[in-house]
Design a protein around this ligand. Structure first.
Ligand code: IPD
Ligand code: CA
Ligand code: CA
Length: 246
């Protein structure tokens, strides 16, 4: 049912992209919101509520104070990568996570333009567009592209020059969804995330558990949903090696 809803949402977003966008700033010129972010959040919230009448919705654009320990919570990031959405109309996603009594039970990463839907169910693995999804995660730092923003590199990587030399290269898509998908697919060995809210990273935490990936804070501890510290999502060996550069 959620797959069908997501496919409808892709169509709706594409339709809205043909119309005039209304863009406003939130905290700064780099923190944008459009009418599409708000309308898609309202659409997804309404439709999910119809399917799960008892659920609470934690959505980025409404950001109500919701307790994840409640019986049923859906976390929604309606457009992840709004700057990409506004500037280039691609490389943005949708992120959805379903919590029950404080535990993530399923989550979705979507690449809207490619219409790819990655779905993870706790203890039942991952599918991509309904087909079983597994990858061999066997990159080394030398063979791995690493995703990090300039800010992450500047502020959190002490040995940045060495890291640039030792890795295959540094890349950054600018969307927790799209960079996250890069890690799932094995195109990226790891992705450094600076400041993120629950809707940005809840899927990463669940997918990591199912696929044998890790989400580690820079002190090596496991990332928790409500922390606001930088962390690295990726293949275990690569993340552990990266921590030595931080
Ligand atoms: C942002 C993007 C960005 C990440 C920020 C997020 P938004 O989400 O995922 O890549 O660095 O932390 O807030 O605001 O475009 O949904
Ligand atoms: Ca986001
Ligand atoms: Ca968003």
């Amino acid at each position: 049912m959620i797959h069908k809803l997501l496919n409808e949402t892709f169509d709706l977003i594409l339709m809205k992209m043909d119309q005039k966008l209304h863009i406003s700033q939130k905290s700064s010129h780099r923190d944008l919101v459009t009418n599409v972010d708000q309308e898609i959040e309202a659409f997804l919230s309404r439709r999910i509520k119809e399917m799960y009448p008892e659920c609470q919705i934690l959505g980025e654009e409404t950001d109500k104070d919701i307790d994840l320990n409640d019986k049923q919570v859906w976390i929604i990031d309606p457009i992840d990568g709004t700057s990409n959405f506004v500037a280039k109309g691609q490389e943005f996603g949708i992120l959805l996570t379903h919590y029950q009594y404080g535990k993530a039970v399923e989550a979705y990463f979507c690449d809207v333009i490619k219409r790819d839907i990655y779905h993870c169910i706790r203890h039942q693995g991952v599918t991509k567009n309904h087909a079983p999804f597994t990858r061999d995660y066997d990159l080394s730092l030398k063979t791995s592209l690493i995703s990090m923003s300039a800010c992450f590199l500047q502020r959190h990587v002490k040995h940045k020059d060495q890291l640039i030399k030792d890795s295959l290269g540094i890349r950054y898509a600018g969307s927790c969804a799209i960079d996250g998908i890069g890690v799932l697919e094995g195109w990226l060995g790891a992705y450094g995330i600076r400041i993120a809210s629950p809707w940005d990273i809840a899927p990463h935490l669940l997918f990591a558990k199912e696929l044998g990936l890790v989400c580690l804070n820079l002190d090596g501890s496991e990332r928790e949903i409500h922390q606001d510290t930088p962390f690295i999502f990726g293949q275990k060996e690569i993340v552990e090696t990266l921590l030595e550069y931080c």
